[in-house]
Design a protein around this ligand. Structure first.
Ligand code: KG4
Ligand code: ZN
Length: 345
């Protein structure tokens, strides 16, 4: 089975080809630039850019995969959650290609894609595991018993961690989305100059709260009318250290609570250098392991969508001819695949 995957849920347009036997054969991503001037994603601009870029990216991924229409046996596209117009572009293109090429199609849950992105690596995690999903829209700890069986352990009660990174980055004049730029700036920061609070770590449970950290950053910044470069770096460092320690404490708690020994980190913030090294140290002390996708598959991509689509099509699922998207779609509401499904990596 060879699957063409399409991702258009937000501001990345992406296509990929995944083969059940051979693994990932090709992928292409375009990160839309039109939004940075507006300080956030403009849904209409995102949809228009997806319309322009999706077909050329599909052609590019097929070329890289040395595959033609005849080699493709199924099409997967992101069906939600995400921006309705943006999702519809991928769904219309995916469903139409499936119809034209006479192959089954499947709408994939974007977060299931993120969650299972580490499966694309040569040393993938083994079920069951605890997953930390840290993206621009979500911060969740999820119990993954097996493919398709997800139980929410905790989540952010306000801002997602990526959102907190982006808002703080904006306050530091780092553009949008500024999470990666903030992480880069933090490398030069003094970890001892400022101390930011670690929200909710003293409370029981596995929920998070990040909006207070952004406010703390705003209040710190207003103390410096002339915000020099070292001060910006020190604030970035203090903010990042607080986020990382908060995530670490909750991940360790989730591992101890479940008794499971494997942690998987997914989503855009999973690319963060400080988070990666702190979690690596923590799991070694806990006699556990942590798995990350490679950097390019932490953020939005179509390889993860093609992978999940492949597993679900192999399990016998497929969509009707109707083109449907689900802008709001809880991860725990996706269909549970049969236990004996013929999963392939
Ligand atoms: O998963 P993703 O690509 O899109 C969503 O589905 O949300 O995540 C994007 C988020 C943005 O908030 C971005 O600033 C953040 O991930 N991000 C980072 C880093 N790289 C991307 N945050 C912190 N450190 C990074 N290195
Ligand atoms: Zn995402």
């Amino acid at each position: 089975m060879r699957i063409l995957g399409i991702e258009t849920s937000c501001d990345e347009t992406a296509a990929a080809v995944y083969d059940a036997e051979k693994g990932l054969l090709g992928h292409a991503i375009y990160s839309q630039e039109a939004h940075s001037a507006y300080g956030g994603v403009v849904p209409e601009l995102a949809s228009r850019d997806h319309v322009r870029k999706a077909i050329p990216l599909i052609e590019q991924a097929l070329l890289e995969a040395k595959s033609s229409a005849e080699d493709i046996t199924g099409v997967a596209f992101t069906a939600g959650p995400g921006l309705a117009g943006a999702l519809l572009v991928g769904a219309c293109i995916g469903r139409s290609i499936g119809f034209a090429w006479n192959v089954p199609t499947i709408g994939v849950h974007h977060l299931e894609g993120h969650l299972l992105a580490p499966m694309l690596e040569s040393n993938p995690p083994v079920f069951p595991f605890v997953a930390l999903l840290v993206s621009g829209g979500h911060t969740q700890l999820i119990k993954v018993a097996r493919f398709g069986v997800y139980e929410l352990l905790g989540e952010s009660v306000d801002d997602a961690v990526g959102e907190a990174f982006d808002k703080t980055a904006k306050l530091l004049n780092l553009g949008y989305p500024g999470g990666a730029a903030l992480a880069e700036l933090a490398k030069k920061g003094d970890p001892h100059r400022f101390h930011f609070p670690r929200p909710m770590i003293d409370r029981p449970g596995l929920d998070f709260s990040f909006s207070g950290l952004k406010t703390f950053a705003a209040n710190t910044i207003t103390q410096f009318p002339l915000l020099d470069e070292p001060t910006r770096a020190d604030i970035a460092r203090a903010f990042q250290d607080a986020v990382v320690e908060t995530l670490l404490v909750k991940c360790r708690r989730a591992l101890r609570l479940t008794g499971w020994k494997t942690l998987v980190v997914a989503g855009g913030v999973g690319a963060n250098w400080a988070l990666r090294s702190a979690l690596e140290k923590m799991v070694s002390l806990e006699n556990s392991s942590v798995y990350f996708p490679r950097q390019v598959f932490c953020t939005d991509n179509a390889a993860m969508i093609a992978y999940v689509g492949c597993q679900r099509l192999l399990a016998g699922e497929q969509n009707s001819l109707a083109i449907q998207v689900y802008p709001r779609w809880p991860l725990t509401a996706i269909p549970i695949t049969p236990q004996d499904a013929n999963f392939k990596r």
